[in-house]
Design a protein around this ligand. Structure first.
Ligand code: ARG
Length: 412
């Protein structure tokens, strides 16, 4: 009688953590075969080379899945929701559910009964991956967390087992890069009082005195063109990362509150996200009513919170998007952004849907739609009525109350 060999899929980057997971999944968890899966969400080429080379050296069955376009579209959904978490535009957070789903699909396709990641038990990513995977009936395994592995132990183990990790652990920082953001954490950056050196940055150069005007065109809340040139989502983001990065735009140094409650010092680069988020908000200022804007802030915050948690598939998000998409029907127009001193500032905006009447707002016109300045007199008389009333009642009550001892000195 032959038993079928068991297979497990591993989210694989070729770095130290996921490399040591390969033998551990066999030794410690009894799987016969490991399948490495790398999902492309816009990492630099070198990361794929590293994954390929390491997989080869490990003799690992390895797949690369392209999810760039899907990821770029999700990033643009985040723009519609003006989404950031504590100032971080959510690159890693948005990518995880997409990566998790792509791996799950492949795992099922190639007959895996288990699925694993190399995340530690301290971060957000373990939660984001598993939120997706635990919908399936595959066995979910997190070797680094479950076996309590430390970096030191992993380095020793890799040396002992002769695992190919040379290129995988040269840097002291932990870096996660995709189309939407690049994050740098760990090592000297762990000290909140440490001032990061310029060499943590790869996408941005320190701002110079140079300036640039850039026009972003939106259709229904989606950016569709830069300086009049139509671009698909991936190209538009790549182009702006490169362009705005040269002006030092999109650097964030943050004490971030992780889901588990830990505060962590994070540094991010996200030039395209900063430009697009600022431009989008600038256009919303023009086309949405005051009450829409104020209510949308709450909706947007909820959207960003779920995105941070990796729960972009939650029913709540679909409901929030119902509201967001309705408002975006009028978010069509063009915004001019000025790159200057590391900032991307909105300096001009126009739209056919502007909720704006120049003649009504102008100091130079007296009557608009039959309304004159003098019509505001009645409004001005009532404005603050309740506050005045409440304050005068309070004042009266204080005057009537018995005064405390005037000379207070002896009576303590
Ligand atoms: N703190 C961010 C998040 O949870 C980014 C984490 C990126 N990971 C890294 N190794 N730099 O979304």
């Amino acid at each position: 009688m032959t038993t079928e060999s068991t297979k497990i899929a591993l989210a694989f980057s070729g770095g130290l953590d996921t490399t040591v997971c390969v033998p551990l999944l066999k030794e410690e968890y009894g799987y016969d075969e490991v399948v490495g899966i790398t999902v492309d969400v816009g990492q630099p080429e070198a990361e794929f080379d590293e994954a390929e080379e390491t997989a080869d050296a490990l003799d690992l069955e390895h797949y690369v899945i392209d999810a760039k376009a899907e990821f770029a579209n999700l990033c643009l959904d985040a723009v519609k929701a003006n989404a950031d978490y504590q100032g971080y535009p959510l690159g890693t957070a948005l990518a995880r559910p997409i990566i998790a789903e792509a791996i799950l699909e492949k795992a099922k396709e190639v007959g895996c009964t288990g699925i694993a990641h190399g995340c530690t038990g301290k971060g957000n990513d373990q939660l984001r991956f598993e939120a997706v995977w635990r919908e399936s009936d595959l066995e979910v395994i997190a070797p680094v967390r479950e076996l309590g592995l430390t970096r030191e132990w992993e380095i020793e183990y890799a040396a002992e087992k002769n695992l190919p990790v040379e290129s995988g652990n040269e840097g002291a920082w932990s870096i996660d890069t995709n189309l939407w953001s690049r994050s740098v954490e760990g090592d000297d950056l762990e000290d909140p009082s440490f001032i990061p050196s310029e060499d943590i940055y790869e996408w941005t150069t320190a701002p110079t005195g140079e300036t640039e005007l850039v026009e972003i065109t939106f259709e229904n809340g989606y950016p569709v063109a830069v300086d009049g040139e139509q671009l698909d989502a991936v190209s538009l983001i790549e182009y702006l990362n490169e362009f705005a990065g040269k002006y030092g735009i999109g650097r964030t140094d943050l004490m971030e509150d992780r889901m588990l409650g830990l505060k962590v010092r994070e540094n991010y680069e996200h030039p395209a996200a900063t430009v697009l988020l600022n431009a989008h908000e600038g256009l919303e200022q023009l086309v949405l009513t005051k009450e829409e804007r104020s209510f949308k802030t709450q909706i947007d915050n909820q959207w960003a919170e779920k995105a941070y948690e990796g729960l972009i598939n939650a029913p709540l998000v679909t409901a929030l998007e119902g509201f967001i998409n309705t408002t975006q029907e009028r978010v069509t127009g063009t915004v001019t952004v000025k790159f200057q001193g590391g900032q991307a500032r909105v300096v001009a905006r126009e739209s056919d849907f502007a909720v704006y009447s120049e003649s009504a707002a102008s100091f130079n016109t007296e009557t608009v739609d039959g309304i004159t300045q003098a019509d505001a007199t009645g409004v001005a008389k009532y404005h603050g009525f309740q506050s005045r009333l409440a304050n005068s009642i309070l004042k009266g009550a204080k005057q009537e109350a018995p005064t405390p001892m005037a000379d207070g000195g002896e009576d303590q």
